[in-house]
Design a protein around this ligand. Sequence first.
Ligand SMILES: C[S@@+](CC[C@H](N)C(=O)[O-])C[C@H]1O[C@@H](n2cnc3c(N)ncnc32)[C@H](O)[C@@H]1O
Length: 262
Amino acid sequence: MNLIKNEKFSLGKHTFPFTISPDYFQPNKTTELFVEAMTGRLKSPFLDMGAGLFPLSAWALFENNDVKVYASEKVPEQRELGKQNIENLASLYPCKNILKRFDSYCGSWFDSLPSPNVLTYATISGDLSGIANDIGRHMGWYNDNVPAGGLDGTEVIIPFLERVRPYLSEGGSVFFPIAIGFSDHEKIMDCAKKYFRKLEKRIGKINEKTKLRDDKKFIIPPDKLPGLTDLKSTYTFLKNLKNQNSRTFWEGQIYEATDPII
Ligand SMILES: C[S@@+](CC[C@H](N)C(=O)[O-])C[C@H]1O[C@@H](n2cnc3c(N)ncnc32)[C@H](O)[C@@H]1O
């Protein structure tokens, strides 16, 4: 595995050493959006589902010294590198008691977790693959080692939303992503509405004070655009990409779901 050691990896207000790999999923803009959405809303225990190399787990361990963190990731190699990242932080910051506050699982969705009769979570992030396969590969975010979101970007998020409710503590929150333009976001929202009474857009909302749209649109690099446009006939939702002057953007939103319908 190729490794890139980053001594100054920053998430939210924290900077810590973190190792990533070009062979696996590298934390990106969506990781940052999750941090922004969960800042001030993180409760213990926290479940980081689709943890990749564990950046959100690391952030949560720094954000609050009392939070217990559990990470779950499907790809064994990613889980292994993620564990090494957390163990490294534990040895560098012994006063944070990181290893006493952290555990991880390897498996698909909730398959490897203890039964919800044993453990439920007050905050759950579902930063699971939410971008359609061909688009994820074309953008260079997903290589063959990491599962992307299936034909329409919903095939990993929807089963997560269908299965998450028993694992949520009373009064708890689930955070999930919507990639407008890169997934069938309406299908994901219809599913979320079926299972939760309350859905609040935490990132990508209209800022009520200024009436301006929060800038959570990300430029599509010009060299990626031609190939994407070729995919248009397969992916009708690519029509949701926004154009402004000569640039084209996709949009990242994060929702907080509460009050599950049992
Ligand atoms: C968008 S990446 C996010 C990773 C990490 N949260 C980050 O910010 O870097 C999605 C992750 O979900 C994982 N994943 C995909 N399908 C999964 C499943 N069925 N169960 C658990 N994890 C899954 C992928 O392997 C990948 O690491």
